[in-house]
Design a protein around this ligand. Structure first.
Ligand code: BMX
Length: 281
């Protein structure tokens, strides 16, 4: 049987049927910040109602952290969640099968390690999205809990009391665009930059420069063989090249090796499904 894998992010929600590392059915829609978790689960259940019977487990890749089955936000600016939402219980109750829930970027790290661009024993995954999420695989093992929450590193830029992601991520890009007089989300900022708008190129360049520093710090901490980059911004055309171009380590051999997510936007659901299967064996 397939796994019903869902990925709830600050911008988008995706539900897929995943079998043997492949997505066989998929629906995707915007995460409605006004609904809250009960509402999101209801929407997912409605959209996938005709898949009933074809999955034996539910695997959720979620922004934020899940401790003892309870879900919470670490940076409510990316997605606000009630304290300790009983996610696993609600998923079991709604879908009638066993459920697991793991941080979205950790799931994506695992997906990329097993089936994507990060087959090496030591790798890091970074999603540049609404926030900045991360996952670490060391010696072929996924580190869970708070490990990999690079976006939550304390900022050392002008807004030093905020998480680092608040000066790099899609959420930040949107706020910067608004300051420049354009109410645009990240994808539209990339379109504007491509059509020659200097304000848009400037925002992207600053984000890429800061991400380059973060990647270098990750390299120093963990010495991964590669850092796999995903997320809507991370995968936007030209972004990774700008990050590579902004490395400051003079010695090229010390610089991180950046690669694009091989599974693209499916990394999270594929990783979550694989974790669910591993847990059932
Ligand atoms: C935030 C944090 C991480 C998450 C990352 C990417 C919350 C709600 N989320 O750092 O857990 O992995 O954002 O999330 O605290 P996304 O929504 O941008 O995919």
């Amino acid at each position: 049987k397939a796994v019903l894998a869902i990925d709830v992010g600050g911008t988008k929600t995706m539900a897929c049927l995943v079998k043997e590392g492949k997505v066989i059915e998929e629906v995707q829609f915007a995460t409605d910040h006004n609904l809250g978790p009960d509402g999101w689960i209801d929407v997912i259940a409605t959209k996938v109602s005709n898949w009933r019977g074809s999955y034996g487990r539910v695997a959720a890749a979620v922004t934020g952290i899940v401790v003892d089955g309870n879900w919470q936000a670490l940076n409510p600016a990316t997605l606000n969640l009630p304290q300790d939402y009983p996610l696993i219980d609600r998923l079991r109750g709604t879908f009638g099968v066993d459920a697991i829930a793991v941080n979205d970027a950790q799931c994506a790290a695992w997906g990329e390690h097993r089936f994507g661009a990060g087959a090496q024993k030591d790798m890091v995954f970074l999603t540049v999205s609404t926030g900045i999420g991360g996952g670490i695989v060391i010696n072929g093992r996924l580190l869970q809990g708070t490990a990999g929450h690079f976006g939550l590193f304390q900022g050392y830029f002008e807004c030093s009391h905020r998480p680092l992601e608040d000066s790099i991520s899609g959420h930040w890009m949107n706020a910067e665009a608004c300051k420049a007089g354009y109410e645009l989300e990240a994808p539209a900022i990339f379109v504007a930059a491509r059509s020659g708008a200097p304000w848009a190129s400037h925002i992207i360049a600053i984000s890429a420069r800061r991400l380059a520093i973060l990647c270098q710090n990750i390299q120093l901490a963990l010495d991964p063989k590669c850092i796999v980059i995903g997320g809507g911004i991370g995968l936007a055309e030209g972004y990774i090249d700008q990050v590579r171009g902004a490395f400051t380590f003079p010695k090229i051999s010390l610089r991180p090796t950046l690669v694009s997510a091989g599974l693209g936007r499916h990394a999270g659901v594929i990783g979550a499904a694989d974790l669910a299967i591993a847990q059932s064996n």
